[in-house]
Write a protein of this length. Structure first.
Length: 443
């Protein structure tokens, strides 16, 4: 019985007929290999073009050859590139399926075993397409993205010309779908998220809400909105004696202090107090200038999310802020950036000299140097509330100067919409204290 079972299991093989190879089949196999190669190259190019690293793209800024020019053109029109790749790949795959089916029938006859023949055809053709036309080339292209893109840049350029009418039809149809989808559901903007947070008034989530609001506005905040202005920066003159330096360190309590030469626009470096720990017992003529570290400069308009990345990369905690003319505007620290998310950070060395005091539910006393960002957060005011009048102002004192158009006098009152500002203290040509009154607090 056992010897009879084996022939019974494989009895269907007796119904399969194999035909001898001829030149037509050999040529067809050669064409099939060429089509599989084309499918592999085009499939791989999709991964290669859309996975170019920033370093690869930097090389394309100054094109070295025609391939680089074509790559730049393709990347500037990603929809056309993707459309060309998909159309070409589908045409080739259809050709592979038709040709492989034809060659299969010319080589093997499954007339007496049609079900088995259908299964073998589907499995074999699918395996060839997936393995050699999709999986392997895409894995390979992901490791050599730029060389692969250079190889396919010119062929795809000509294919894009050939398939241009069909490509336009494809892109046009997708744009119609995108417009319909946009009407049904709009993209959520930063303002939408901010409004949603304003609706969450539960007390138990107030701390988390403040952090979320800080994160939302984080990417739109620039350095000049959070920096400490130069007039408030504690500095050390490059020519000061060692005793004087120790005195400044003791009085300020700061761990890093900028060092300038003649003027604050000429910053020599940053003095790290920890670098002085082993030199406190040195004589008065100790050359402390030799241990200052080089300064890290940033422009005023730099976004703080980018600055945070640079701080992490450079492993520094303080930067000198410069204006468009190269002059020093102030300093910004890692703590300033983090406070934009989590709120004020007060450690054991900070004095309890808050920038504001709350008199009652509708009255505050603010320091003139209070950053507008902090003012908005404390008073729960929309960041764009003063856009019509604030001009280039970054501080509350600067806002009053923009409103007045001149320097205000003591106890002068300035009103904008429902908010009343009163100058409470002046020092030379500087607004020191400002009283802020909200007249519609009950609404």
């Amino acid at each position: 019985m056992e010897t009879d079972s084996i022939p019974h299991i494989f009895s269907f093989l007796q119904d399969i007929t194999f035909h001898p190879f001829n030149w037509g089949i050999i040529i067809g196999l050669a064409v099939l290999i060429v089509l599989l190669t084309c499918s592999a190259l085009i499939s791989g190019s999709e991964v290669a073009f859309f996975s170019l690293s920033p370093a690869d793209k930097d090389q394309l800024k100054n094109p070295k050859n025609k391939n680089h020019i074509h790559i730049k053109d393709h990347l500037q029109r990603p929809n056309h590139l993707l459309g060309t790749i998909l159309i070409a790949n589908n045409f080739i795959n259809v050709g592979i399926i038709i040709l492989s089916t034809y060659l299969f029938h010319k080589t093997v006859d499954f007339t007496n075993a049609p079900v088995f023949g259908f299964i073998v055809e589907v499995v074999l053709i699918t395996f060839l397409l997936l393995l050699f036309g999709e999986i392997l080339p895409k894995i390979y292209a992901s490791h050599i993205a730029l060389p692969f893109a250079e190889l396919m840049a010119t062929p795809l350029f000509y294919l894009s010309k050939i398939f241009l009418p069909l490509n336009k039809l494809l892109i046009g149809s997708t744009s119609i779908v995108n417009k319909r989808m946009a009407k049904q559901g709009k993209n959520i903007s930063i303002d939408d998220i901010s409004q949603a947070l304003e609706l969450t008034s539960e007390v138990e989530f107030s701390d988390d809400k403040g952090i979320l609001e800080g994160i939302i506005k984080f990417g739109t905040t620039s350095v000049d909105q959070i920096m400490t202005p130069r007039i408030d920066v504690i500095t050390i003159d490059f020519t000061e004696t060692f005793d004087k330096v120790l005195s400044v360190i003791t009085e300020s309590g700061y761990s890093r202090i900028p060092v300038f030469n003649e003027t604050f626009d000429n910053v020599e470096g940053i003095l790290y107090i920890k670098d002085l720990l082993s030199h406190f017992d040195k004589p008065a003529d100790f050359k402390w200038q030799n241990i200052i570290r080089p300064p890290f400069y940033v422009p005023e308009n730099k976004k703080i999310d980018d600055l945070l990345k640079e701080f992490q990369k450079s492993k520094v905690h303080m930067a000198i802020v410069v204006d468009e003319y190269g002059g020093t505007s102030g300093i910004v620290t890692l703590e300033d950036i983090l406070e934009e998310i989590v709120g004020d950070i007060i450690d054991e060395f900070d004095e309890d000299d808050r920038l504001y005091a709350k008199v009652d539910e509708k009255t505050y006393i603010f320091d003139g140097k209070t950053q507008l960002n902090d003012f908005f957060r404390i008073c729960n005011i929309d960041n764009h509330f003063f856009d019509e009048i604030k001009g280039e102002a970054d501080t509350l004192a600067g806002l009053l100067l923009e409103m007045k158009g001149d320097f205000p006098v003591m106890h002068e009152k300035l009103v904008y919409k429902h908010i009343e500002f009163v100058v409470e203290a002046l020092s030379k040509r500087r607004i020191v204290k400002i009283k802020v009154v909200f007249n519609n607090i009950a609404e």
